[in-house]
Design a protein around this ligand. Structure first.
Ligand code: GLY
Ligand code: MN
Ligand code: MN
Length: 318
């Protein structure tokens, strides 16, 4: 795709930065009608493979997002002193507006008991000095390609034992899933691998009422009580890109060079969930990276952000 030029006057939508002829003239809207499902599907499937220019846009979005995460790290003191989640959200979003078009989606800053809430976009809670923070945010480039990255870290620099246990299990699932991202693997393979690692860990902790095999079977899925979302999606002009692709072209398709996708396993223990021991209640952890499928494997575009427990704690609090 050639570099984007600014939209022609009159072709901006109601929302600044959107390239659309809709929302300008109601008469024109009526004539345009909706996109046919067939066109939506065709466009979604065409968007699955990014060309070099698109990959560069995504690299830029990821790099700007890493800068936004660094800004959040520098703002933790102000958040604890009274700014709360709002301050951290504003901090990231300001960077997104300065380096790109803005946040690619409503930024998620979830501290303490908000961390297991999917997705906590209210961002209106306090940030306690002993809290963990789940930060899920992405800068959208001026060309509208967006990053989508999550890190979870302790504000104090040290996880509690229970938080660390959850973190390490999610991290193990993350590493196992990343290893499944390469050409020729089915898209859903990395999700299934993450589910297997998480179900095994939950079983070891005594949280599954059935065997791991039973939980992983189609009629089981007991582990999903604590895993309320998928493990990844295509990424591009939309944060959830290519959503109108047919299943045969998405989850059941093989990965191909040029695809960009997220890998984002997590565990979410709600504060009022009496099926887990008290020390796990209110702990939510997600680790999300942005991957480019290459000819021989995958490149982690967001590798500048470490993901193991000690390294990410030190990255945010040092
Ligand atoms: N930020 C939304 C998602 O991770 O899918
Ligand atoms: Mn995502
Ligand atoms: Mn995300």
């Amino acid at each position: 795709m050639p570099p984007a030029r600014g939209p022609a006057r009159g072709l901006r939508g109601r929302h600044p930065g959107t390239l659309t002829a809709r929302g300008v003239d109601p008469g024109l809207d009526a004539q345009l009608g909706g996109h046919s499902p067939e066109l939506r599907t065709a466009l979604s499937e065409l968007r699955r493979i990014k060309d070099d220019w698109e990959v560069d846009q995504l690299r830029g979005a990821v790099d700007a997002t890493v800068q936004g995460f660094a800004d959040v790290a520098a703002a933790l003191g102000a958040a604890v002193r009274g700014g709360g989640e709002r301050w951290l959200q504003g901090t990231f979003d300001r960077r997104a507006r300065a380096l790109g078009n803005g946040p690619g989606y409503a930024s998620i800053v979830a501290a303490g008991a908000n961390s297991p809430v999917l997705h906590w976009t209210r961002c209106d809670g306090p940030v306690a000095e002993d809290a963990i923070v789940l930060l899920d945010a992405g800068v959208e480039a001026h060309t509208l390609y967006t990053a989508d990255i999550t890190r979870t870290f302790p504000v104090s620099g040290a996880f509690t034992d229970a938080e660390r246990r959850v973190y390490d299990l999610v991290h193990a699932a993350h590493l196992a899933a990343l290893a499944e991202v390469r050409p020729g693997k089915q898209f859903r393979a990395f999700h299934e691998t993450a589910m297997a690692v998480l179900a095994e860990g939950l079983h070891d902790w005594g949280l599954l009422p059935v065997s791991v095999d039973k939980a992983l079977s189609a009629e089981g899925q007991h582990h999903r009580r604590y895993i309320v979302c998928g493990t990844g999606h295509h990424l591009g002009l939309d944060v959830h890109d290519c959503t109108s692709a047919r299943p045969s072209a998405y989850h059941r398709a093989d990965l191909e060079p040029g695809m960009v996708l997220t890998v984002e396993p997590g565990l979410y223990f709600h504060p009022d969930d009496l099926t887990v021991p008290p020390e796990l209640r209110g702990v939510g952890v997600r680790i999300e990276d942005d991957l480019l499928v290459t000819a021989s494997g995958a490149e982690n575009l967001s590798a500048a952000l470490p993901s193991d427990a000690d390294a990410i704690s030190a990255w945010f609090v040092s």
